[in-house]
Design a protein around this ligand. Structure first.
Ligand code: HPA
Length: 269
């Protein structure tokens, strides 16, 4: 079966499992799964039950869509470093598009590169640098989704950024802004790589998001991105990095992050 057919099959399956037709999608990054658990009256669709859909393997991710009248959340995403190809990494975004989603909030955990940041900070993504060495749109263009050469000059929607800033200030959450620099991982960066990231204009570094946002833009979905700075990137704090620290900080910051997300969502629906 070709890609477009697979995506249609997946979308039709989800439509058959829920009466909800939400227009706002959310990709929940590490530690944010609780946001999905707290949605009242939600319906669930496990990735493993969706025909032709990949299965999430990383710790701390559940692997399902949580669907309400207004929202469809991904609890767990597919990372390139897990061995999924770019078509698989971005399949959920295209499926959401087929379900009628026209706005997307993408969240992630990231390492702080900007020296003004500290662990636990939230950063609105103003732009990204895709340093993954590939692009999810390589291959035959899926014309039903979008054009061959999509514009990325406003990959992260300015109105949504302004709205998110307003929401943050209303609830007293301090929020940073910056450029998300996407690497494949899974090894964390070296200190020399982090100096390169900074020299090239990155404020935070992570292993997701860029591909999903490229595909969202391709299908005309307006996108907002928010990073939780879980650690200072390699070579900054003069200590070693580990996944446990990332999970620990995202757990500490999650109440603030969820509060902000709830506020943003209530302004968008
Ligand atoms: N580097 C890359 N990805 C990350 C990091 C980091 O330091 N922290 C959380 N995700």
């Amino acid at each position: 079966m070709d890609t477009a057919n697979k995506l249609n099959t997946a979308a039709e399956y989800i439509k058959s499992k829920t009466k909800f037709r939400p227009k706002l999608g959310i990709i929940l990054g590490s530690g944010l799964g609780d946001f999905g658990d707290r949605l009242e009256g939600a319906e669930y669709c496990d990735y493993k039950d969706i025909p032709d859909f990949p299965i999430s393997t990383v710790e701390g991710h559940k692997g399902r869509f949580v669907i309400t009248k207004d929202l469809i959340c991904m609890q767990g995403r597919f990372h390139f470093y897990e061995g999924y190809n770019m078509e698989e990494v971005t399949a959920p975004v295209r499926v959401m598009s087929l379900l009628g989603v026209d706005k997307l909030i993408v969240t992630n955990a990231a390492g702080g590169v900007n020296l003004d940041f500290k662990p636990g900070d939230l950063m609105l993504i103003t732009d990204h640098i895709n340093f993954m060495g590939t692009n999810p749109l390589i291959g035959k263009n899926l014309d039903t989704f979008g054009v061959r050469f999509p514009d990325m000059s406003e990959g992260y929607n300015k109105h949504m950024i302004e709205l998110a800033k307003k929401c943050a200030s209303e609830i007293g959450v301090n929020i940073k802004e910056g450029v998300y620099f996407a690497m494949t991982g899974p090894s964390y960066e070296t200190p020399a790589e982090i100096r390169m990231v900074r020299a090239l204009g990155g404020d935070a570094v992570g292993m997701s998001t860029a591909a999903e946002v490229i595909v969202a833009n391709h299908c005309g979905i307006k996108t907002l991105g928010i990073s939780c700075i879980t650690n200072m990137a390699a070579g900054i704090a003069q200590k070693s990095l580990n996944h446990e620290e990332v999970i620990e900080t995202s757990n500490t910051a999650k109440e603030k992050f969820i509060l902000l997300l709830e506020r943003i969502v209530s302004c968008m629906i």
